[in-house]
Design a protein around this ligand. Structure first.
Ligand code: ATP
Ligand code: MP5
Length: 270
C-alpha cells in the first residue's frame, strides 16, 4: 500500500484564499502531503482586511479534533489563528492525543492590522500552548509580545529566539524578519544552536498569507520526516518563490502564489 504523509492545520479561514486554512491546504497539496484541516473561526476577510469573525464553540472544535484523532494519522500539525482562551484550552488538552511535531504560527494581528486574537488571551497562548510546541514561528510584532521587549536588530531577533526556547519552553523558535528593513532573514534556535535562513527582499506588495504559507510548508516537510533545519530551509525557498510569483489580485495586499514551484509557472512568468 502507498504511504502518504499527513499534515493537519488548525486555523481560521480566509475566503479570499491567500491566508489561513486555505493557504495551508494549498501549501500541503503543493508539497505533496495529504492535507487535513480543523476550523477554529470562520473569518470574513479579503486582501483589504478583516470584516468579521465567527468563532466556533468549544464543543464543535473538540468534535472536529476528535474526528481527526479517532480516525486519521497525523504526521505533523500546525496551528494558526486561535482567537480565544477557551479554544486554546481545548486544543492544548487534545494535543495529548497526538504524537507528532507541532508547529505554532502565533497569529495575533492580520497584515491589514486587524486583531485575530483577543489581547488578554495572548498570555494564555504563551503560557499553555508554547511549551507544547516543536517550533514557534513569530514575526517581529509577535516576538515582541512573546518576549515583552522591542525587536529592532538581528541581534535582538536571535536573543528573542533563545528566550522563547529557554524561558517559554518552546521546542524551537524561528523568528522571522519580514517586518525588519534590509535582508529577509529568519533565525532558528533549536535549544542548541542557531541557523540563519536568508533570501533577497522581493519588492512586492502582495504578501498576504506569507506567515501561514511558510509555517504550513515547514509542517508539510516535517510530516515527510525531514529534520527541522532542513524543513525550514526548504520551506523558506517555497515561500520566497511564492512571494516572487505572487498575484496582483484584490484591492489590498495580494496573495502569494502557492503553485510557484511548478515548472510551467516558471516558464510562464519568469
Ligand atoms: N518582501 C519579502 N521578500 C522576501 N521575503 C519576504 C518578504 N516579506 C517577508 N518575507 C519572508 O516571508 C516569511 C514570512 O515572514 P513575515 O515576517 O512577513 O511573517 P508574517 O508577518 O507572519 O507573515 P504575514 O506577512 O503573512 O503576516 C519570512 O521568511 C520572511 O523573511
Ligand atoms: C484566518 C487567518 N489566519 C492568519 C492570517 C494572517 O495572515 P496575514 O498576516 O498574511 O494577513 C489571516 N489573515 N487570517
Amino acid at each position: 500500500m502507498r504511504k502518504v504523509s499527513c499534515a493537519l492545520t488548525i486555523a481560521g479561514t480566509d475566503p479570499s484564499g491567500g491566508a489561513g486554512i486555505q493557504a495551508d491546504l494549498k501549501t500541503f497539496q503543493e508539497l505533496k502531503s495529504y492535507g487535513m484541516s480543523v476550523v477554529t473561526s470562520v473569518v470574513s476577510q479579503n486582501t483589504t482586511g478583516v470584516k468579521g469573525a465567527h468563532h466556533l464553540s468549544e464543543n464543535f472544535l473538540l468534535s472536529q479534533l476528535k474526528a481527526i484523532s479517532e480516525d486519521m494519522p497525523v504526521h505533523a500539525l500546525k496551528t494558526g489563528m486561535i482567537a480565544n482562551k477557551s479554544m486554546m484550552k481545548v486544543i492544548s488538552e487534545w494535543l495529548g492525543e497526538v504524537d507528532a511535531p507541532y508547529v505554532m504560527d502565533p497569529v495575533m494581528v492580520a497584515q491589514s492590522g486587524d486583531p485575530l486574537i483577543e489581547k488578554e488571551d495572548q498570555r494564555y497562548l504563551k503560557e499553555y500552548l508554547v511549551p507544547k510546541t516543536s517550533l514557534v514561528t513569530p514575526n517581529i510584532p509577535e516576538t515582541e509580545v512573546l518576549v515583552g521587549g522591542e525587536i529592532k536588530t538581528e541581534a535582538d531577533m536571535k536573543e528573542a529566539a533563545e528566550v522563547i526556547v529557554r524561558d517559554l519552553g518552546a521546542g524551537a523558535a524561528l523568528v522571522k524578519g519580514g517586518h525588519l528593513n534590509g535582508r529577509a532573514v529568519d533565525f532558528l534556535y533549536d535549544g542548541k544552536r542557531f541557523y540563519e535562513f536568508e533570501s533577497e527582499r522581493i519588492d512586492s506588495p502582495n504578501t498576504h498569507g506569507t506567515g501561514c504559507t511558510y509555517s504550513a510548508a515547514i509542517t508539510a516537510y516535517l510530516s515527510q520526516g525531514h529534520a527541522l533545519p532542513q524543513a525550514v530551509k526548504e520551506a523558506k525557498y517555497f515561500v520566497t518563490e511564492a512571494i516572487r510569483h505572487s498575484f496582483h489580485l484584490g484591492k489590498g495586499s495580494g496573495p502569494t502564489n502557492h503553485f510557484a514551484l511548478r515548472e510551467e509557472v516558471f516558464n510562464q512568468w519568469l
